[in-house]
Design a protein around this ligand. Structure first.
Ligand SMILES: [Fe+2]
Length: 153
């Protein structure tokens, strides 16, 4: 039977796989975005994601387990999609951030149960950055929506 530590490590592997996929997906979405602010937010968050990956790798360092061996079909599906319009890109980015937020919150809880203080604080940092990014993208929705309806009229 899987121990809580096994569950934690598997969830961490999934998040590492997901973050690497999202880092590339954010680059593709940024390149596809027409709105300058949206493009720069996407590139900016791509860089934040790079630092989140480093934190997950640091957490792995404290577990003595291999970071490989697990993928995330849900993250793969989210990362594969590059939406065709700015509005759909920003909505998709929000979806990705909420997916990450849920994963980092779960991991934070598991790290707490495992009494891994440093891991917990690193994962909390990732959770709060994902929440912040979701919020920043949400703030862009009406602007992008406005542009889309002007272009259509
Ligand atoms: Fe993110």
């Amino acid at each position: 039977m899987a121990t809580p530590r096994d569950t934690f490590v598997d969830a961490l592997r999934e998040s590492l796989h997901a973050a690497r996929k999202f880092e590339r997906a954010l680059t593709k979405m940024a390149e596809a975005a027409r709105n300058d602010k949206l493009r720069s937010r996407l590139f900016g968050h791509r860089d934040v994601t790079g630092r989140q990956i480093e934190r997950i790798e640091e957490v792995f360092g404290s577990t003595d387990r291999k970071p490989s061996g697990r993928t995330s079909p849900a993250a793969d599906a989210l990362a594969r999609e590059v939406p065709p319009s700015d509005l759909e890109i920003v909505l998709h980015a929000i979806k990705i951030e909420h997916f990450e937020l849920a994963a980092y919150k779960t991991l934070t809880k598991l790290a707490e149960g495992e009494k891994m203080r440093r891991a917990r604080s690193l994962l909390e940092k990732n959770a709060s950055e994902s929440a912040h990014a979701a919020n920043q993208f949400e703030l862009m929705v009406s602007e992008v929506e406005e542009e889309a309806s002007q272009a259509a009229s």
